[in-house]
Design a protein around this ligand. Structure first.
Ligand code: PGA
Length: 252
């Protein structure tokens, strides 16, 4: 059965004390949750990952990073490697977020290397794709997302792909308060699943978790998650308040 997931992307927010407080509040809310489907994931900034994996030890929420180096180890000042993440029990890592594509010029080649290294370490990549506003206005969203999926995922084999999560995040919806409609989300998610079906077969495509991201919040999550191909969300702003995030987690 494919997994439902609500993942919080804290981005570059919170100081250490605030991060600890938020983790505490989330732990308290999650205390009685017995299931790991839906799975809650918290993608914190690097300096808080070890605190987070320690605090969540044995508990339900899993911890993810927001980025990782494309290099294995060695003289790469300022970089954080997959094996470092593995050594502190990080289980997920966001790859290809639109903010990294835009501000850090992430290339398909670099994202592909990161995905391969993560899979080698047994860390699940959360691969982000999505079109910008001009592309949607020109009705190019399917073409754009298809290329993003093909260039970074189509070299994988079926087993590898099954250890990966996809997040569709229309860039015009991220942090803008403008969510994709439920129909727009379902249409793109079904399109992505069909692409995977054509390449990897139906049995594999049916198992892949595809998250929606972009101004998803406690008010609109239920409607978005009710779609057949929307398996949860990648949540930015609304993951910074424990109660809002927990409400989203409870929206299936
Ligand atoms: P948002 O961000 O929920 O604040 O729109 C989503 C994301 O960037 O992953």
């Amino acid at each position: 059965m494919r997994k439902k997931i609500v993942a919080g992307n804290w981005k570059m927010n919170k100081n250490f004390q605030e991060a600890e407080d938020l983790l505490d509040e989330i732990l308290e809310l999650m205390e009685d949750e017995q299931t790991d489907n839906p799975q809650m994931i918290l993608c914190t900034p690097f300096p808080y990952l070890e605190l987070a994996t320690d605090m969540m030890d044995e508990c339900h929420p899993k911890i993810g990073a927001q980025n990782v180096s494309e290099y294995e180890d060695g003289a790469y000042t300022g970089e954080v490697s997959c094996s470092m993440l593995k050594s502190i029990d990080v289980e997920y890592c966001i790859i290809g977020h639109s903010e990294r594509r835009k501000y850090f010029n992430e290339s398909a080649e670099s994202m592909t290397k990161k995905i391969d290294l993560l899979l080698d370490q047994g860390i699940t990549p959360i691969y982000c794709c999505g079109e910008v506003l001009e592309e949607r206005e020109a009705n190019k969203q399917f073409e754009v997302v298809k290329a993003q999926i093909q260039e970074c995922l189509f070299h994988l084999n079926a087993d590898e792909l099954q250890n990966l999560v996809i997040a569709y995040e229309p860039v015009w919806a991220i942090g803008t308060g403008k969510t994709a409609s439920s129909d727009q989300a379902q249409e793109m998610h079904a399109f992505i699943r069909n692409l995977l079906n054509e390449k990897f077969g139906k049995a594999v495509a049916d198992e892949i978790t595809i998250l929606y991201g972009g101004s998803c919040n406690a008010q609109n999550a239920r409607e978005l998650f009710a779609n057949a191909d929307v398996d949860g969300g990648l949540i930015g702003g609304a993951s910074l308040k424990a109660e809002d995030f927990y409400k989203i987690y409870k929206s299936f």
